[in-house]
Write a protein that binds this ligand. Structure first.
Ligand code: HEC
Length: 98
């Protein structure tokens, strides 16, 4: 990952520091690893409120603020989430395991 990172930053003085700080973030940005809280939960929040979130009637059985629920439901989610890009992100989360 440090190869891609080394193209960042033009100042020579702060270079090594930039690399150290940017390293993990850049690795995350370029890897295909999907982050539940950042990439999947917002989709569910946008579409499945209020029922599957705190205070909703399905929160006890199927809380969508937990990654575990998404893994439990798997492809059954796609009966209600039809947008291709959203299915792709959720599919990637499922395929990467935990
Ligand atoms: C208006 C309230 C409401 C909203 C909004 C809602 N759900 Fe649900 N959901 C329910 C209820 C009630 C059940 C249990 C009874 C049933 O299956 O209809 C349920 C059950 C489910 C189930 C399990 C049953 C099955 O079909 O396998 C899944 C999966 C599910 N919901 C996904 C979603 C997803 C994904 C969204 C958002 C795109 C969503 N729901 C939005 C109320 C809601």
């Amino acid at each position: 990952m440090s190869i891609a990172v080394s193209t960042f930053g033009s100042g020579s003085g702060s270079r090594s520091r930039v690399i150290r700080v940017a390293g993990p973030a850049a690795a995350r940005a370029t890897s295909s690893r999907v982050d539940f809280a950042r990439q999947v939960r917002p989709i569910l929040e946008a579409r499945c409120q209020p029922c599957h979130f705190a205070g909703g009637r399905m929160y006890e059985a199927l809380p969508f603020d937990r990654e575990e629920t998404v893994h439990r439901l798997g492809a059954r989610l796609f009966t209600r989430i039809k947008a291709e890009d959203e299915q792709r992100v959720i599919g990637e989360l499922l395929s990467q395991g935990r």
